[in-house]
Design a protein around this ligand. Sequence first.
Ligand code: B16
Ligand code: MG
Length: 217
Amino acid sequence: NKKGFIFDLDGVIVDTAKYHYLAWKKLANQLGFEFTEEQNELFKGVSRKRCLEILLEIGNREATKEEFDTWMIDKNVDYLEYIKNMDASEILPDVPKILQFLKENNVPIALGSASKNAQPILEKVGLLHYFDTIVDGNNVTKAKPDPEVFLLAAKQLNVLPENCVVFEDAVAGVEAANAANMVSIGIGDDKVLSEAQFNFVDFTEINTDFIKELLEK
Ligand code: B16
Ligand code: MG
């Protein structure tokens, strides 16, 4: 039974949520309302378009099609400015340890992210070479919790969905992994990610014996 491992990006490999937050907050403030870190939780794993829709609901703002498109671009320009200088120091603890272990055991690895900026981020932090394929916001039409992103990743790895393991920090992402019939591993608060099959606060809690067990299942 050939296994495949799929990693979400934001919140699993790097903590870009804080940069997304700063960029959305700047836009909200420009439009004349507040946007809190707590509200930013709703944005995790959610596509850029859907995030703006939610933001406008929060601010009780209407937008013409033109304004909507302009604000999407503005937000991303700001976000790109925040991530411009990202480097390996922003990799979340022990992520390379797990990637390295998988590589040494010839396990195929995919990225399964909603972000359209996934590839440049992996490049900046120096992890791109670990990934056999990248499926992100540029390749999928249906956002998480739809399983499309993970099913496409499995297909590209040439591994059956039921033999795939997914690491996710967002509720929508855990739902997507479950809907894809994959093993879901929640990274973060186990109360928030209660639908996940396994839960860890971060990768420092995951040892290679646990990964070995998953590989032998
Ligand atoms: P972008 P993930 C998601 O990435 C983020 O969690 C979410 O907050 C963001 O809106 C989305 O990517 C789109 O990102 O604007 O860069 O295309 O967690 O699925 O890796
Ligand atoms: Mg995420």
